[in-house]
Design a protein around this ligand. Sequence first.
Ligand SMILES: [Zn+2]
Length: 255
Amino acid sequence: MDIRMDASLGASYHSLQQQARVITEAWAADNMYCVMCGAPHLEPLQNNKPVADLLCPSCRNVFELKSHNGPFGGIIADGAYDTMMARLMDDHNPHLFVMEYNRSEYMVENLWVIPKYFFTAEVIIKRKPLGPNARRAGWTGCNIAWKNIPSQGKIPVIQQREVLDPQCVCQKVSATSELATSKITARGWLMDVLYCLEQLGKEEFSLQDVYGFTAYLQERHRENHNVQPKIRQQLQILRDKGYVEFLGRGEYRWK
Ligand SMILES: [Zn+2]
């Protein structure tokens, strides 16, 4: 894998945005491997699709690339809100490659993969519809609140220009696959509780620590009026999936 991109590919495009799209997508098609099965190459799906996806010829998993000049910050701008939600509910959303690059040199700085099962309705934020004077008036996009995705779901592939060992990357991805099984609505709770546990930043924690997030979780799941029982249920699921260990008396430890 070469972290340098071929900037000359953008020469025939006028807008910086289009140049960047062509250059970063060509890089991914030439350099990325399948983080799901380890196959060495991915194939671009046809270019006229609304999103330029890459397909693994071996396991048929699909990946989408989102790239940004410099750091992303807390959110990633994505396409149409309704399309995104429909794909999510049908479990048709692709896995996501998130790339931060440097436009002056066209080098990949960082790249993560977010397996598709880390996407839940709670991390997709509806943007305001475009105003009446916009070319696409009424069109509603969405943002991915990627800061709210648990860190287990943001698996580094390239870190500060260092290409990480593909075998280690594939192992990390496969270790998260236990979380893939839950239904989308159930997964929202699971990912949110996982996120809260990570925010504690402790090896061992108590139920009271986790209850400290009751207001946060209530805000995200307004339809539910039993947040604390729900927290206990999610801890049991995380125990059954091998993520946390119960020490007794409301004490827990990461595994
Ligand atoms: Zn594959």
